[in-house]
Design a protein. Sequence first.
Length: 489
Amino acid sequence: MLVSLLLLASAAAAAAAPAKSQPTLLGCVSGNNRVAVAQGCATVPGSGGRGSDAGLKGVVALAGGGTTSSLYAIGSENSAITQLVAGSSPGRLRFAACFTGNTFIERSCPAVPGAYANSDQAPIAYPTAAAISPDGRSLYLVSGSFHGSVIARFAREPLSGALTYVDCLTGDTEPGPTGVLSCTLIPGATRGGYGSGMNEPTGVLVSADGRHVYVTTDLDQSLVTFNRDSTGALHFGGCLSTNLKTTRCRHISIGRWGFEGLSEPLLSPDGKFLYAGASRAATIDTFKIGPSGTPTFAGCLGGRGEVSRCTFHRGPLNSLELPTGLTASPDWHFLYATSGYGAILTLRRNPSTGALTAVSCISGDREDRGLCTLTSVTEPHHGFHPTSPLTGIRRPLVSANGRRLFAPVRTQDALVEFRRDPKTGALSFQDCITGSLRTAKRGVCQPIPGATKHGGASGFYKLTTLARGPEGLLYGASFADSTVWVIRP
């Protein structure tokens, strides 16, 4: 009798437990015809077998979304920016327009003035990130891969989201193939751009008051400030750098790695603090923004004891290797930093001083045992780090209600979901979906409809970036499948 009662109680508890829900794929837009056919995606001009002539080829970033009228996909491999707008039914996107700096695809996307065939000197050449001004009237696009040094300005119609190319600034004095310099030079510009402060820009953001634009750079190891006037035009305002070759920058001495790989800038809502991750230095850097908009270096976390002026101690900070993404909780009490080796670090933020403290981490790397909460660990990877559902994780995104965190995992062709404790900031693994049957066989991720053996042509191949959509939806972009998704969490 007791056994029967226990079984009934157990069954009742199971029935009362909330069902585990997975993210739902609502629709997609693709430059890859194989994905479009398999997943029922809308297509963009230039779509083909691998999106060779499409503006969506090699999507590395998404800008807009949320409450804005348009989503902009940054296609690095074809030097393009593509505007997508809401379709006729909920959860759908459709192509609106695109621009390119590569004349090889100008039949698919109109070329901006100064565009060339595969030219590093074009105003849009292998772009990496974009940001929209608070008034919605300007969009700024930085081009950084392959030693680019450009920030381009587009005028934006706030209601329709339509873009018009205006001009660009560059740190590279070298003219294009026709002998013409397409962009205005910033002070300190050099031949090739290295040492200008703008070489290989990785991220861009606009201050809440719209008066300043900040750019992070990789090779020049810099945080660059531009002053923005009432027309949206930019004027060079200075830079901070750990690279002694940047002659026009104020130099910061923090060790041999410095700000190398600086990217993923975040600006606090009060505009007083800017945060960025330095991938090669394995640090999270904090900058204080003065009343005039000028940043000063305030300190850093991580660096495994190899970066001076940087706080490091054994514990969660050990998981911070190769920072690949940085995001904030809705209340800005916590920041989350992802490590390419498969971990997410939770950082508590002091709103008054801007200081960060590492409080916990979750990891798929068995070397983090005893330091982080571990997810399932699978086979070793090259004898150094294990491959897990988190290996290759990129910039995360916290849900609007603050109770979940999502992140793309590029090397696993996956989207992972975590439950989040709003009080402590701690994360616990919830779910994972993948376009790779190989990843799914490890038993942690569930395959999406149309998943393939190695993820190619699933629409999730090298899932790279996320952005907010309207009404709690997510946008996700696949780099190798040239596809943008609408996802219901």
